[in-house]
Design a protein around this ligand. Sequence first.
Ligand SMILES: Nc1ncnc2c1ncn2[C@@H]1O[C@H](COP(=O)(O)OP(=O)(O)OP(=O)(O)O)[C@@H](O)[C@H]1O
Length: 299
Amino acid sequence: MIRLNNISKQFGSLTAVDGISLTVNKGEIFGLVGPDGAGKTTTIRMITGLLDPSGGTLTLLGSQAPETVKGRLGYVPQKFSLYGDLTVMENIRVIGSLYGASSARVTELAREILTFTNLLPFQDRLADNLSGGMKQKLALAAGLMHKPDVFFLDEPTTGVDPVSRREFWQMLYRLNKEGMTVFVSTPYMDEAELCSRVAFMHHGRIISCDSPAALKTAYPFKVLELQAEGKKIKQHLEHCPLRDINAFGGKYHLITDDPAAAAAAVRSALGAAEIPVLALKEIRPTLEDVFVALASEVI
Ligand SMILES: Nc1ncnc2c1ncn2[C@@H]1O[C@H](COP(=O)(O)OP(=O)(O)OP(=O)(O)O)[C@@H](O)[C@H]1O
């Protein structure tokens, strides 16, 4: 459905996308995952024909010219780009009428899509007065007005509250079940987990691409999760048999080859520093662990 072969993009001397190749199959929820500046937006803009690649070849829906299949694509850009001074319904109707449907058909479709996105009760509210999560739902609704075969969403939930994020993903799942191929970029690893396959992007390159389960299975190290209250924890663990220490929201992931030996050394080192260990246990590696290892080129 989507095939990129050695695609790159230069902006002057900056290489934003550095020779990436990937294939997305019909019916997938494909995640392009990576930190800010990795090259995700640039990649999506090239696939959707908004930007010309500097090199490489690209096939989308069987065509090498994205503009010829534009009518079959949906695109939700990173920044809200609908009309703030129009209501929810007006925004949707404007987009619908751009595709040349009759007024009656636009009304019917608008109601159907606003119902699907739970926005119907807010149809008369100005877009400017919507919450961040609702704005993103409106952008999603707009992207659906022409019933695309493949739907591109560029970091659709950045800055959106957790409840709205969950609702948003439930919608993506429902659309996907109905047959829509979804291509979504995200900096969030919990969202990466929800994709059928993910490509990790870093400094313009794809450093790995597989299903979340396969990526985690291939991870070669063990992970200990540590909860401890104290300062300079990393420093105290310097001489423990650990490959890496990563802080994730108040907890530490300790990367090791030998979890038993590492746990004993950690308890001893923190004990000597009078830092109480609140919890220390081996956990299954997360996608975040996989990404950190890939990005630092230790796997
Ligand atoms: N039009 C442009 N001109 C010059 N540099 C650009 C342009 N667009 C993107 N870049 C640069 O290319 C790199 C990749 O940017 P891109 O927006 O694709 O990354 P991203 O992974 O989508 O991250 P973000 O979430 O920050 O948008 C960045 O260094 C960015 O500053």
